[in-house]
Design a protein around this ligand. Structure first.
Ligand code: TRP
Length: 332
């Protein structure tokens, strides 16, 4: 069978707020594109989100919003497993086990831990520190071949490979060693207010971040206020982070190349260009928003989707967990 030869690609996203344009263009759109070629497994990493304090009602809402948003982006639950991490008990179990095969020194070197413990200096909890072991569990439980991740997660994936290799050295053939998957197209969307930094929902300036579900007029306003430079030429170049970012966003949603965009806006000002980018983004997001509204209104359907996926994920992951536990010496 054709399907049996497909490689397994796996990735999770934290539902720690709304889905942003950066999440969509940088990650989710690639997930959507991968569904044909690979056997895909995606999930909401809700267990990861509590390494930072969450407000309960807001967290519940964020998880369901994210599930519906990602489906609306084009994740097809008929062919892709798309589940909620906390609903599948093996993740926390495997994370504990992997914690015991991960060194303090290794975790101390994680740049994300260093960054986050600076940012949340009042809550440097153990979960924040051992977070990569949970991420390794997410990946290794499903014997994933490929893991599409952004640059900020490459170090965690390397650690996952080290943990798996070490474990297999002690107990052979338990885990497949996963590889990073760098998608052919993957826009790295930067903040509209500080284009040297990645677009983030935690941006201090709300105008820096476009959310998938922002109303059109809000999207337009954010693009019109985007930080640019004083050259007033729509051209890709050094020291033009703002314009470079807008060109990349425009290219990502229209499919135009940088050269085509530069040509189309030759002689035009930044005002015209910002309006064009805003309008193109609004158009690209319109069908997603419509689909989202439909899905989000049908709670029963949404629940049936994740319940089904949760069960399948539980079954698949249990095989790896049982195998690992047996090899370690737990009584079956
Ligand atoms: N740590 C990832 C992030 O913050 C999310 C994540 C959790 C993940 N588990 C994963 C990504 C497994 C890839 C594979 O972006």
């Amino acid at each position: 069978m054709e399907t049996e030869k497909k490689k397994t690609a796996l990735s999770l996203i934290q539902p720690s707020g709304t889905i942003t344009l950066g999440n969509y263009l940088g990650a989710i759109r690639n997930w959507v594109a991968m569904q044909e070629e690979f056997n895909c497994i995606f999930a909401l990493a809700d267990l990861h989100t509590i390494t930072v304090r969450q407000e309960p009602a807001q967290m519940r809402k964020n998880i369901l919003d994210a599930y519906a948003s990602i489906m609306a982006c084009g994740i097809d639950v008929e062919k892709t497993l798309f589940f909620i991490q906390s609903h599948v008990t093996t993740h926390a179990q495997m994370a504990w086990i992997l914690n015991c095969y991960t060194q303090f020194g290794e975790l101390s070197r994680m740049t994300q831990f260093k960054d986050k413990s600076q940012k949340h200096a009042d809550n440097i909890n153990a979960g924040l520190f051992t977070y990569p072991a949970l991420m390794a569990a997410d990946i290794l439980l499903y014997q994933a071949d490929l893991v599409p991740v952004g640059a900020d997660q490459v170090q965690h994936l390397e650690l996952t490979r080290d943990i798996a290799t070490r474990f297999n050295g002690l107990y052979p053939n338990v885990f497949k060693i996963p590889e990073a998957y760098v998608p052919k197209t993957g826009a790295r969307v930067m903040s509209l207010q500080d284009p040297t930094r990645k677009m983030s929902k935690s941006d201090e300036n709300v105008n820096g971040c476009v959310h998938l579900l922002d109303p059109p007029e809000v999207i337009m306003k954010k693009f019109k206020r985007a930080v640019t430079d004083s050259e007033a030429v729509v051209r890709y170049g050094e020291g033009k982070d703002g314009i470079n970012n807008l060109i990349d966003i425009y290219g990502a949603v229209t499919g135009l190349t940088r050269e085509q965009i530069e040509k189309d806006f030759d002689g035009k000002g930044y005002g015209d260009f910002k309006t064009a980018v805003g309008e193109a983004v609004v158009e690209a997001l319109r069908p997603i928003k419509e689909e989202y509204e439909k899905l989000r209104a049908d709670k029963a359907y949404l629940e049936s989707c994740y319940r089904k996926a949760d069960e399948i994920a539980q079954r698949i992951s249990q095989r790896t967990l049982s195998k690992a536990m047996k090899k370690i010496g737990f009584v079956q």
